[in-house]
Design a protein around this ligand. Structure first.
Ligand code: SF4
Ligand code: SF4
Ligand code: SF4
Length: 304
């Protein structure tokens, strides 16, 4: 079984307990306006990145591209990514290292495990493991099943970041391999959820409830996005969920950051992906929401 991944990040410390190797899988069925990995959303296996400030105008990419993807319009370097076959010719010859390819098409679960196993001694020391992230890992459920089964054979702790917005049956075998689910709760209002992510949150809530009722280990991850979800009702709901579902580890409130916005230009995603910008919430405001959740009986696990 082969999958499409866009990054393997070593020594991650924010994607579950201990030191972790995070495998980012390509493709997501949602399109959250604040996504900090917008290059992960489209299902295609790779993305061509271009950083204009690094270009030394050597002209090689214009000459070597078999699909004629590079051209100049006015004084602007324009790339027609729709016709890019990701052959890599322009990237290898780019004098300024302005061009890079993000994503590996058709990597095998064995190849991923080989990289993961290289970090294994750090897991033992820190009680870490592997985290599957994305995109949405469950978009490649067969690959995830194979990868997580292998990880379990090696006795490696498995965490999965997921939006939980899919048929619960999809998790049937995979959930037995996952030690920790990191599930997003993004917006409480179903209409707003639909508007800003492309899907309702009704099924997400149901899936969290089902995982909880089966005794799975779950941590809610809740982005704070000023102007979009920073309302009392939303944080009261988070408090209510952690209070009602006593088996939940709790909720982690994650302040919005705008790293995704720069990637829109870098990966040429303008016009293909909707996105927004917002101010990063101040520490005081994050603390205020933590206090509100706590006052309403919620379990918030943020460090302050
Ligand atoms: S990766 Fe290949 S097809 Fe894509 S722009 Fe570069 S040379 Fe052209
Ligand atoms: S090959 Fe690289 S440095 Fe040369 S023109 Fe193309 S992007 Fe710029
Ligand atoms: S679910 Fe996650 S990866 Fe998918 S669009 Fe939303 S933030 Fe991005």
């Amino acid at each position: 079984m082969r999958g499409n991944i866009f990054e393997i990040q070593h020594f991650s410390v924010h994607d579950g307990p201990g030191i972790r190797t995070t495998v980012f899988l390509k493709g997501c069925q949602l399109s959250c306006l604040w996504c900090h990995n917008p290059e992960s959303i489209q299902v295609r296996p790779s993305e061509l990145a271009y950083v204009d400030s690094k270009c030394v105008c050597c002209g090689v990419c214009f000459a070597v591209c078999p699909a004629h993807c590079h051209r100049v319009e006015g004084d602007k370097h324009v790339i027609d990514r729709q016709h890019c076959t990701f052959c890599g010719k322009c990237i290898h010859l780019c004098a300024g290292k302005a061009l890079t390819l993000c994503g590996q098409e058709g990597i095998s679960a064995e190849e991923v495990m080989e990289e993961v196993l290289a970090d294994r001694r750090y897991y033992a020391e820190s009680e870490g493991g592997i985290t599957l992230s994305g995109g949405e890992p469950m978009m490649q459920a067969d690959f995830v099943l194979e990868l997580t089964s292998m990880a379990k054979q090696y006795g490696i702790h498995v965490a999965m970041e997921t939006n939980a917005c899919y048929d619960y049956q999809l998790l049937k075998e995979i959930k037995e391999n996952v030690d920790l689910f990191l599930v997003d709760w993004k917006l409480t209002d179903p209409q707003k959820h639909m508007k800003y992510t492309g899907a309702s949150n009704v099924r997400i809530y149901e899936n969290i409830r089902k995982l909880h009722d089966e005794g799975r280990s779950i941590l809610l991850r809740c982005p704070i996005i000023p102007g979009l979800n920073d309302t009392e009702d939303h944080f009261k709901k988070i408090a209510q969920m952690t209070a009602e579902m006593k088996g939940l580890i709790g909720a982690e409130l994650l302040p919005y950051h705008n790293l995704g916005v720069g990637k829109i230009e870098k990966f040429g995603l303008e016009g293909q992906i909707n996105y927004m910008t917002a101010e990063k919430p101040l520490k005081e405001s994050v603390n205020r929401w933590i206090e509100l959740c706590t006052a309403f009986g919620g379990r918030i696990i943020n460090e302050r």
